[in-house]
Write a protein that binds this ligand. Structure first.
Ligand code: PBG
Ligand code: ZN
Length: 342
């Protein structure tokens, strides 16, 4: 080390005054003055996994540290925390006691989700309770729809029969008191069919948040542990989107809006920031993004190894998703993020 280190020569360089962009970064006072993206708790939605039966049930999900499958006691406690934290709401996923070929517990008026919504709304009517509409948590084969063999003898997830069941599921969620119907199946025509059925049953004011641009992603792995919805054969590539496509995302979003979606979702979030931005610029409906289980687990795993600062990366990822154009974010970090200044 040179003894002259503290007296570096200056004056050789002439930096134009307009080049000095650091002026507004010098203190937190200046940084907060010019900050463009603010995370608000009211834009965050917390996903919860409801287990049927035993109300004091709780089981940690190994691949999602800090997230548990919960019976009604735990669900009500989480609902209260969500309300106190000022979250935008919660979204429920059901783990039924019985599964069958057609996922009939999904549209049972006394099913796990229907009961949970009803109970939560009795206790916390001001809390927004969203419900995920799909069959994969309810079918014994773990697929999002009705499985049949086609003419070539290949296994197929058939579209229209699945839509009929999704419609029944959505209406039964509405009757139980859901505040936001969220079809996540990616069948064609389900938004229009669900919109019609809701309207015919007196729910013309109940909005739909469509999982519109939902990619066939490896990042849903931990969720399938959490929800017990891993397909027992095959995969979801015949309905979820190819990660390679961007124009196709615009087409499905446009179709869903035309069919009556009030909010459109892009999923996963961090690997689809370009899609979030494109949807935001092209359409005029609110855009939601789902920071999915694998995104959560990657941050958790690296943090547990001491490789990254968990809170910092949590806030950085959420801020980036919002900056990309999402006004609503579904995230397992919702309660923790709501407590931190953005
Ligand atoms: C159900 C559904 C899934 C997710 C949300 N709704 C799983 C899937 O499509 O396999 C994923 C959420 C997450 O990974 O956190 N169709
Ligand atoms: Zn599904």
């Amino acid at each position: 080390m040179s003894k002259h280190n503290h007296e570096l020569e200056t004056g050789e360089l002439t930096i134009p005054t307009s080049s000095r962009t650091r002026r507004t970064r010098m203190t937190e006072r200046h940084r907060s003055l010019v900050r463009e993206t603010i995370l608000s708790p009211s834009n965050l939605i917390l996903p919860l996994f409801v287990v049927e039966g035993q109300s004091n049930f709780r089981k940690p999900i190994d691949s999602m540290p800090g997230v548990e499958q919960l019976g009604m006691d735990g669900i009500l406690a989480q609902s209260e925390s969500a309300l106190k934290a000022g979250l935008g709401g919660i979204i429920l996923f059901g783990i039924p006691e019985h599964k069958d070929e057609f996922g009939s517990e999904a549209y049972n008026d006394r099913g796990v989700i229907q009961n949970a919504v009803w109970e939560i709304k009795q206790r916390f009517p001001e809390l927004l309770v969203a419900t995920d509409v799909c069959l994969c948590e309810y079918t014994d084969h773990g697929h999002c729809g009705v499985v049949e063999r086609n003419r070539n003898g290949e296994i197929e997830i058939v579209n229209d029969k699945t839509v009929d069941l999704l419609v029944r599921e959505a209406v039964s969620h509405a009757e139980a008191g859901s505040d936001l119907i969220c079809p996540s199946d990616m069948m064609d025509g389900r938004i229009g069919a669900i919109r019609d059925a809701l309207d015919q049953n007196g729910f013309e004011s109940l909005p739909i948040m469509s999982y519109s641009a939902k990619y066939a992603s490896g990042l849903y792995g931990p969720f399938r542990d959490a929800a017990g919805s891993m397909p027992s054969f095959g995969d979801r590539r015949s309905h979820q989107m190819d990660v390679a496509n961007s124009d196709e995302a615009m087409r499905v979003v446009q179709r869903d809006i035309e069919e009556g979606a009030d909010i459109v979702m892009v999923k996963p979030a961090i690997s689809s920031l370009d899609i979030i931005r494109r949807v935001r610029e092209q359409f005029l409906v609110p855009v939601a993004a789902y920071q999915v289980s694998g995104e959560y687990s990657m941050i958790k795993a690296a943090a547990q190894n001491g490789w990254i600062d968990e809170e910092r990366v949590m806030m950085e990822s959420l801020t980036s998703i919002k900056r990309a154009g999402a006004s609503i974010i579904l995230t397992y970090f919702a309660l923790r993020a709501a407590k931190l200044p953005s």
